[in-house]
Write a new protein. Structure first.
Length: 283
């Protein structure tokens, strides 16, 4: 029996990780968590400037490392180039974090057809495209983890960044975004069923509100109202999402497959109408 010490249960040191949309927002939070714990992290986003700046920042942080491979995930040709460059540098990929995405809000009467094309392509189709192209690297990582008969001791991991808007109906009009994230959650479960037998797990982190460029305007304008509707009365922090990703990528999360984890402070548990003061504590 292996040790149950925290250092063993949550160790990701030496693992090779790819985080799409990793130059900012939730992707950067996750990449930072991996680098801080000794992983070798590749980040990708459309902006080469942002990628290089984040890689420089995270390399200074250590003790892991960060390498930038800019790519426009909207384009299949760019997905193929990204995987080709990664494959030239690495023989295996232990963790794939599908985080790149976009949002679009508009009224039902004015919602453009182009929004559905853009968001369903980037938020859903390209997750499948990239995962498919990365399978040889993920399969090699699963084999490196060791086999006990037909049991993979340390599976490769796919982590898909979803949204609570794919789990419940929001009070604002983001039709393509919500639909794409709901589709992503189901795709993740389908991948889990198909790839689990090959030693590759697939799970989803359905995020609530976090500080990011995508959420910046909303949080600036109605941030306090959003916090008031969350039972924990706050939005997510970098530690919250990085910690969840580390858990799913380590020994502690090796038996989790096909799960959708709502990382939302309890916003989905229908407590929004409850507003009570914290109880006084007597010692």
């Amino acid at each position: 029996m292996s040790s149950f010490k925290v250092d063993n249960l949550f160790n990701v040191s030496g693992k090779v990780v790819l985080v799409t949309g990793g130059s900012r927002g939730i992707g950067k939070m996750i990449a930072t968590g991996f680098v801080s714990n000794g992983a070798k992290v590749y980040i990708s986003s459309r902006s080469a400037k942002d990628c290089e700046a984040t890689a420089k920042e995270l390399n200074a942080l250590g003790p892991g490392s960060c390498i930038a491979i800019p790519a426009d995930m909207q384009k299949l040709s760019e997905v193929e180039r990204l995987v080709k460059e990664l494959s030239a540098k690495e023989k295996s990929l232990h963790v794939l974090v599908n985080n790149a995405g976009a949002a679009w809000g508009d009224t039902i009467d004015d919602y453009p057809d182009a929004a559905f094309t853009k968001l369903l392509t980037l938020n859903l189709q390209r997750v499948f495209s990239l995962t498919q192209k990365c399978l040889p690297l993920l399969r090699t990582a699963a084999l490196e983890g060791g086999l006990d008969g037909r049991i993979y001791r340390d599976p490769a991991r796919i982590i898909n960044i979803g949204s609570v808007e794919g789990l419940g109906v929001a009070d604002h009009e983001t039709y393509a975004y919500a639909a794409s994230k709901a589709g992503l959650h189901h795709l993740s479960r389908a991948l889990a069923g198909r790839l689990g037998v090959e030693g590759i797990t697939s799970n989803t982190i359905a995020c609530g509100p976090f500080q990011s460029k995508m959420m910046a305007y909303t949080l600036d304008t109605v941030g306090e109202a959003i916090k008031a509707r969350i039972p924990l009365r706050r939005i997510g922090t970098p530690e919250d999402v990085a910690g969840t990703a580390l858990y799913l990528s380590s020994r502690a999360g090796a038996f989790v497959n096909g799960a959708t984890i709502a990382l939302d402070g309890g916003s989905l548990v229908n407590m929004n109408s409850i507003d009570i003061e914290p109880p006084s504590v007597k010692l």
